[in-house]
Design a protein around this ligand. Structure first.
Ligand SMILES: Cc1cc2nc3c(=O)[nH]c(=O)nc-3n(C[C@H](O)[C@H](O)[C@H](O)COP(=O)(O)OP(=O)(O)OC[C@H]3O[C@@H](n4cnc5c(N)ncnc54)[C@H](O)[C@@H]3O)c2cc1C
Length: 424
């Protein structure tokens, strides 16, 4: 017999928030491998006599509750004392020792309330890439109290780009990191606050006051600008997860230097694929660009530069079908898209540039999205919700570049002031 109790959202308040004892809440599901391992650990710890209540919540049947508490994966363990969440949450592969220690702390009430700050601001900008930082420059310069949140560190995709050749006014040889570093400094100098490494757990966009909850803070804002950009599409092979970071990479600037004198492939035929392939020739012995169709979408100048390089070979009508290796990538199976014939190629690494996906999952319950998941706005960057704007790559549009992200950020930064002053 189980010593824990299965509860659903109707009884959450009574069993968890109003419990006189501290409570461990275990969100689980039936399709989750780590849950299978953790189940017996949970039962073993909950069977030990103590002053802590143990509750299981089946996540697939209680999605709204899970979303309310920002629970995005199973297993997730939350700890409650006097109706408030305390201690560090645990997720993923949770060890017996780790869980036992957390329960001991909870039982002795040694777990402090997660210290939270409440921030009231005029404008909350989500995403500190070129679009978000530009919006921050304009909004802060209009003397609006402007806060920028980022789940990582400021810079966005540009921070992972070695060199930017096409951003106007920069003589064509500026490092991505420097370009976006200047934007960041400018936003700070005009008085914006930048909160990095903030994981958003809850968001409410409707109504006069917008609310965003992160692990650390509660933000209240009169208006929100969404500038969460996009992230690279993953290589569509079964082995992607296994080899990600062990030979499959999405950022040449970050990981290229590990491949001194190596043989690499770059997957993709757009401008990013060609520019990053050229960058990789600094380290690699040979770089093969693998393109699915019989033409490349990159500008002619980039293609010519690649063709001129003795270290680069371009292979058309080809896809990566399989990635081979023990612990690290050792080779790939390539497939000819015209004939279907396959061949093996020995490589040390695979760099992938096959497009991107918008970071809009958080906002999908609220905002109108295009068929491809981008946020639909009007020409003033306004979304379907008053006081919520979107700018940059996250927005439905034709051209996604730094200059267009900066243009969107400018418009959003100006329009948000008009909105707050009741002029929109
Ligand atoms: C390899 C590569 C090379 C490129 N080269 C060029 C080039 O040479 N020239 C050019 O003009 N363009 C180039 N681009 C495109 C350019 O980088 C993008 O168009 C531009 O960065 C878009 O800016 P953005 O601010 O809209 O989004 P992003 O740069 O994507 O920034 C979005 C920010 O939002 C944050 N974020 C995401 N989700 C959340 C969340 N839930 N909560 C909080 N924060 C979140 C991210 O951490 C990130 O910092 C390149 C892109 C890549 C990938």
């Amino acid at each position: 017999m189980k010593s824990s109790m299965v509860v659903d959202s109707h009884y959450f308040e009574q069993q968890v928030l109003k419990s006189p004892e501290p409570v461990v809440v275990y969100f689980y599901s039936d399709d989750c491998l780590p849950c299978l391992t953790f189940d017996s650990i949970f039962e073993k710890v909950s069977a030990a006599k103590g002053s802590v209540r143990f509750i299981r919540i089946f996540r697939p049947h209680n999605r709204q509750l899970a979303e309310q508490y920002g629970v995005k994966s199973s297993p997730t363990l939350l700890f409650f004392n006097d109706g408030k969440e305390v201690c560090q949450r645990l997720t993923g592969y949770i060890s017996y020792a780790e869980f036992r220690e957390a329960v001991e702390k909870l039982g002795s009430r040694a777990c402090p309330l997660a210290e939270r700050s409440t921030i009231h601001c005029d404008v909350l900008i989500i995403g500190a890439g070129p679009a978000g930082l530009t919006a921050a420059i304009y909004a802060a310069r209009s003397r609006l109290f402007t806060v920028v949140l980022d789940s990582g560190i400021p810079g966005g995709q540009v921070a992972t780009t070695y060199q930017v050749a096409n951003y106007p006014g920069t003589n064509g040889v500026i490092r991505g990191l420097d370009l976006v570093g200047n934007m960041n400094k400018q936003a700070l100098d005009f008085g914006a606050r930048i909160d990095d490494l903030q994981e958003i757990e809850e968001i409410r966009l409707e109504g006069f006051e917008k609310y965003v909850r992160t692990k650390e803070n509660d933000y209240y804002a009169k208006a929100v600008i969404i500038a969460t950009g996009s992230e690279p599409k993953k290589l569509p092979v079964e082995e992607e997860r296994e080899f990600r970071g062990r030979g499959i990479h999405y950022c040449a600037t970050c990981d290229g230097a590990f491949y001194q004198d190596s043989d690499l492939i770059v997957v993709g035929g757009g401008v990013s694929a060609f520019e990053e392939a050229l960058f990789l020739t600094r380290y690699a012995r040979k770089v093969t660009i693998v393109i699915r169709s019989d033409t490349a979408k990159a500008p002619k100048s980039s293609i010519e530069d690649a063709e001129k390089s003795s270290q680069i070979e371009i292979v058309y009508n080809t896809t990566v079908k399989k990635v081979l290796g023990e612990n690290f990538v050792e080779g790939v199976v390539l497939e000819n898209t015209k004939t279907g014939s396959t061949s093996e190629m020995k490589v040390d690494g695979v760099f992938v540039y096959i497009g991107s996906l918008p970071n809009t999952k958080l906002f999908s319950p609220w905002l109108q999205l295009s068929d491809y998941g981008y946020i639909v706005t009007d020409e003033n960057m306004a979304t379907n919700i008053p006081g919520v704007f979107a700018a940059g790559d996250v927005r439905e549009k034709e051209v996604r570049q730094i200059s267009t992200a900066v243009g969107d950020g400018t418009i959003a930064g100006v329009m948000v002031e008009k909105y707050i002053n009741g002029l929109l």
